[in-house]
Design a protein around this ligand. Sequence first.
Ligand code: SAH
Length: 428
Amino acid sequence: MKRQKKQTVDTGTQPLATRAKSTLKRELQPPARLRLRVTAAAETQLRAGHPWVYGDSVREQNRDGAVGELAVIYDRKDAFLAVGLFDPDSPIRVRILHAGKPQAIDGAWWAARLTQSVGRRGGLFDDRTNGYRLINGESDGWPGLVLDRYDQTLALKLYTAAWLPRLEEISHLIRAQLKPERLVLRLSRNIQALARKTISAEDGQILYGNRLEACPTFLETGLRFEADVCHGQKTGFFLDQRENRRAVESLANGRTVLNAFSFSGGFSLYAARGGAVSVTDLDISEHALASAERNFALNRSHARIARCPHERVQADAFEWLTGNGQRAFDLIVLDPPSFAKREVERSGAIRAYERLAALAIQHLARDGILVACSCSAHVTAEEFFAAVRQAAGKSARPFQEIQTTHHAPDHPVKFKEAEYLKAIYLRF
Ligand code: SAH
């Protein structure tokens, strides 16, 4: 990996630079700061704090830019508007790091930003929870970058190639400031080939610390879970669902529970600790069910968990719910993967949520509770809630709405496109 040179942002008082006059001059001098001007609509969005500039909003650019370099955006009067990470190959051309008054983006700036993100989590957790999100992308000022803590192991996930040239700098900073035992790199699928080619980095690579013999474990509200940090979905665990899991714990006493799309059994362990009569994990993946079994084993010291029967069903949830009409549960959790990865899939996803909720309601006993979750960013909370309420209405059973929930405090969301998680709780 090449170490990125420290870069600073100029003050923004100069007019847009013209292209260097001769090749010789270009070779002798560092390239001029990459400067952009954007459409009036994009200027307004930037002033309102939106963290993205799309390629088709760029009106002027002083030269070609390289992936990950700093781009400074000036307004119509040539005053500094914002600075961000440039990506010539992405429709999101600039991911904003800072907007407002000009600031030097140097080592001290990055260090302060990390301190800020960590500080934002201060007081959220006691020592019974050592797995949580430390950096939540754009909403923490780190566009396309996530940092999760699993006890002494940190997982750094990059969703955009714009971070690749800075990986070494950022991983040094994380190591110096947070002093983890281990730092694991995760790369979203779309940037894996480029990372291999340009900086010889691999998804699942341990950037710092000892090799892992097994998945590390961590605590969430006193429950122990394993996290497949090197290969699992996201960074190995769905940390975003902690608050819903806690709510399920408080509702589970004396109930038979179906955890559909159970993954590694997160909701089931909370339900068991909350006094569930039995829990059934339903997932299409054998791997996920095996992880849930290990997680139950890790928590045998909790008497309620040790005595709670734990059934595991490997099946497609839609098929299983369609074909097992006689099974009834007192509490059903639905937490499927995203049904809409793209905008065009939105209306199909809304129909699928309604169908899934309708199927689950057929399996709910009298006084049963449905907890339906959605993690599709393309389906809004209101659209999702409406779909579930619609299914409930069509069931012709009386129901009450207990609550709706959104993002957890360690997963802050500061702009519309980042909102994805929502859940609705209904009692029949
Ligand atoms: N509720 C979990 C996260 C669920 S992730 C938690 O709190 O940790 C979604 C899960 O759905 C994955 O484990 C995936 O294997 C499973 N899945 C995907 N499609 C499925 C299907 N058609 N039927 C059942 N499970 C499915």
